[in-house]
Design a protein around this ligand. Structure first.
Ligand code: CA
Length: 415
């Protein structure tokens, strides 16, 4: 019947329109959250910055030469604004950062730099396998230092308004390093100004780099004694304990209370975790040592579980990413001769797109759970609201965003 067909088409069109409006609303909310004030006129801003650099004691010739003909770099702003279309899953991150080639190379370098690493470990108390793991993740063992002019990128980001204060401090620190003779004015680095074998940002360089070989200069590129000593000093000052490891893969008992998961949650002595049924991944007892640990499920309750110790916090001081910190620990274990994780990766894993995450956030808000805005990015508030919603409908409350979660959200009404 033609009228019905026509009605069908109309309904479909209306449905599509409603969907489009939904996404337009969601996206405009996401964009609104990120409106950034226009930067001040560049010449006046630069003159004022030069004054501040001079009055903070940076040599006049460095201020003059480093900032000569300087202009914001458009590419740096593009890199700063880029938003990945898909969120990275734990397994994808792990396979991106740890592979057989990297493990093999890392083991070779552990031997090659063995005597130096041992000397540095005796002084700073950071085990060589961890140093080499950081080296591998930061620059693929010194293969990629970054080629973007550090002064140019930091001027760009300090002049821009998104994180002006942070990058102005980085720029002044970088000029200070140049003034002190540690770093040349034309040095290259990452788009955000990270430098050398361990990708130190300028304030970390200023505060934690050390002159390992005693030649009067802190060279984090060409001098491995300086580079290893500096990375060890930074970790040591961040609370590293050289008699301990980072954590380990563990196994949780059936029906384990997922409220106990999370770095921010209660840390407990290993003895208590043992009593709650937590075991090493191979089923053996947890180590009988008087230390505390926290539990993490980076891929949700169907993925691997990790018990992490105090050194994990030191890794998180270096880089505030749980994936990064687990990858450092796991790579260090692999360099030490240990095998891969005992929990197998899923046969098929569907990464969430930004639109998927926006839909998750909008749906949670509609259901009365506060996500801290709709920005298409998974933050602590979104995780907490996922956890609360999961608990409210009787699902395992791991706070983990996934395609399964999105499907449940679409299908499962609130209790
Ligand atoms: Ca030196």
């Amino acid at each position: 019947m033609p009228p019905l067909k026509w009605q069908n088409i109309l309904y479909r069109k209306l449905a599509v329109l409603a969907c489009t409006m939904f996404f337009v609303t969601a996206l405009s909310q996401a964009t609104q959250a990120k409106i950034i004030a226009p930067p001040p006129p560049f010449a006046a801003w630069l003159a004022e910055l030069q004054q501040e650099a001079l009055s903070s004691g940076i040599k006049a010739n460095i201020v003059r030469d480093a900032l000569k003909d300087i202009k914001p770099i458009k590419r740096v702003l593009e890199l700063d604004r880029r938003q990945p279309e898909f969120s990275l899953t734990f397994w994808r991150y792990l396979s991106n950062t740890i592979n057989d080639k990297r493990i093999k190379r890392g083991r070779q370098l552990l031997v090659e730099h063995g005597p130096l690493l041992k000397k540095v470990a005796q002084k700073y108390g950071v085990q060589p396998r961890f140093l080499v793991a950081f080296w591998g993740l930061e620059t693929n063992f010194g293969q990629y230092f970054g080629k973007i002019p550090v002064v140019g990128s930091l001027v760009t980001l300090a002049h821009d308004r998104r994180r002006a204060k942070f990058f102005r401090a980085q720029l002044l620190a970088a000029l200070g390093l140049m003034s002190d003779g540690d770093v040349s004015i034309d040095v290259g680095g990452s788009w955000a100004g990270a430098m050398g074998n361990f990708q130190f940002i300028p304030t970390t360089y200023r505060d934690f780099a050390v002159d390992g070989d005693g030649d009067g200069k802190r060279d984090l590129w060409g001098n491995m004694n300086d580079a290893f000593s500096s990375a060890s000093n930074y970790l040591s000052k961040s609370g590293w304990n050289g008699n301990r490891t980072w954590g380990r893969e563990v196994r949780l008992p059936k029906g384990f209370d997922l409220n106990l998961i999370g770095l921010e949650k209660s840390r407990k002595p290993l003895k208590q975790w043992q009593a709650l049924g937590v075991r090493r991944a191979d089923g053996r007892d947890l180590p009988a040592v008087a230390i505390e640990g926290a539990l993490l499920l980076p891929a949700g309750h169907t993925g691997p579980a990790f018990m992490v110790y105090a050194n994990f916090d030191a890794i998180m001081t270096w880089n505030r990413s749980v994936f990064y910190a687990i990858a450092i620990g796991h790579l260090a274990d692999r360099l030490n001769g240990q095998g891969g994780l005992l929990t197998p990766p899923p046969a098929k894993e569907i990464p969430l797109s930004r639109e998927n995450v926006i839909e998750i956030q909008n749906t949670l808000i509609q259901r009365g759970f506060e996500t801290g805005g709709v920005d298409g990015m998974i933050g602590p508030m979104t995780r907490a609201s996922i956890r609360a919603w999961q608990a409210s409908v009787g699902l395992p409350a791991d706070g983990h965003p996934s395609m399964d979660l999105l499907i449940s959200l679409r299908n499962k009404p609130n209790n």
